[in-house]
Design a binder for this molecule. Structure first.
Ligand SMILES: *Cc1c(COP(=O)(O)O)cnc(C)c1O
Length: 376
């Protein structure tokens, strides 16, 4: 049976959820006149920490700012090395450069697209200060193995949880798996505040440092007393108000993503040359992306499949087409093609299909049907 969409509207790969509650929340902040970091931001921090189960949450204006503040709070600076993945959004590694530290890439694992603990071990030197693993596509990284390595070598962990709000490992939520963890509330993330970011930590001193860093180096109690360099990384109360509404929907939105992922996996299994995403043991995957791999055994190339889907109104995207070490500002550090064979291979194979909460069951069936039709 073939499913055609009734209306010829495009099935986009991502779509922000903006309900009337979000709109009303913004309007009411604007009417209050208190639009910059204020009561709504404080409330978001409280509710966010409660949701993640951490002692503290600090609001900033992007996920990149969250990563940067976290690295700063851990005193990562010039001469230090931080190990991260070459297969992630560029901000994960740029944040390390922002602290003038050295980006040391290690290859990833095929199972979860995240840092391979065995590869991380090979990259540790006496200058290594931290590991920055990414909860890529919405699944917590291999925490248990990384924790053993970090403890043995006295390293800090910065968890990039930008794609993983609500993801779990052994019942604990993302945000628990770093000395500091960073979230993004960018428009297309699982929940959003327009632009925005959050830091979680259980350490009071790190929390204070992050708060000072986002506010020109001032403590919130003593204005015009500057402790250190700082930035303007503050969140507006309009954004915080959106974030607060979105946080009330996070479970529902994530459950929809998880349902859509199950439907896609059921419908696409058994197609020659396609490798479907797997969920690791003890993990709750929140499917920020539903990413398949198109291997050499597949009927045609990835690019031809993308064109075919596009022609039928189905969007898809490659996250990420070129590993970070091959971009000029990182290859300058001495990296070259062939350094990270798994990341390089996966960059040529991955394709993310629509999985977002606004999809209808009919649209999911249409995606499955078109891929199947193409493959057979
Ligand atoms: C989105 C994202 C970021 C950056 O977040 P912004 O809010 O866009 O600054 C960092 N790391 C990863 C893995 C992301 O997906």
């Amino acid at each position: 049976m073939h499913f055609e969409l009734k209306a010829r509207r495009m099935i986009n790969v991502s779509k922000p959820i903006i309900g009337k509650e979000e709109i009303e929340a913004v309007v009411s902040v604007m009417e209050s006149g208190m639009i910059v970091q204020g009561p709504k931001t404080a409330q978001l921090e409280e509710v966010f920490a409660k949701y993640c189960g951490t002692k503290y949450a600090i609001a900033v204006n992007s996920g990149t700012a969250a990563l940067h503040a976290g690295l700063y709070a851990l005193r990562i600076s010039q001469g230090d090395e931080v190990i991260t993945s070459p297969f992630t959004f560029v901000a994960s590694a740029n944040a390390i450069l922002m602290q003038n530290a050295k980006v040391v890439f290690a290859d990833i694992s095929e199972n979860d697209f995240s840092l391979d603990p065995e590869e991380v071990k090979k990259k540790i030197t006496d200058k290594t200060k931290a590991i920055l693993p990414i909860d890529l596509y919405g699944q917590v990284y291999d925490y248990e193995s990384m924790k053993v390595i970090a403890e043995k070598h006295n390293l800090k962990i910065v968890e990039d949880a930008c794609q993983a709000i609500g993801a779990e490992y052994k019942g604990l939520k993302a945000g628990h798996f770093g000395d500091v963890s960073a979230f993004s509330l960018y428009a297309t993330k699982n929940i959003m505040s327009g632009e925005g970011g959050m830091i979680t930590t259980n350490d009071e001193e790190l929390m204070e440092k992050c708060k000072r860093f986002r506010h020109h180096g001032q403590s919130e109690k003593t204005r015009y007393e500057y402790w250190d360099i700082g930035y303007n990384y503050r969140m507006t109360d309009m954004s915080a108000a959106i974030g607060l509404v979105q946080l009330t929907k996070v479970e529902e939105l994530n459950e929809k993503r998880r349902l859509h992922a199950r439907m896609l996996t059921e419908g696409l299994s058994g197609i020659k040359g396609l490798i479907l995403p797997t969920v690791g043991e003890n993990r709750r995957h929140v499917f920020h992306q539903y990413t398949i791999r198109i291997t050499e055994e597949f009927e045609t190339s990835r690019e031809q499949l993308i064109d075919f889907l596009n022609g039928h109104g189905i969007g898809s995207a490659i996250y990420y087409p070129k590993p970070l070490h091959l971009h000029s500002h990182f290859s300058e550090l001495g990296y070259k093609e062939g350094d990270f064979p798994v990341a390089e291979k996966l960059a040529k194979q991955v394709l993310s299909l629509p999985v977002h909460p606004s999809l209808t069951a009919e649209e999911i069936r249409c995606i499955i049907d078109k891929v199947q039709e193409y493959a057979t």
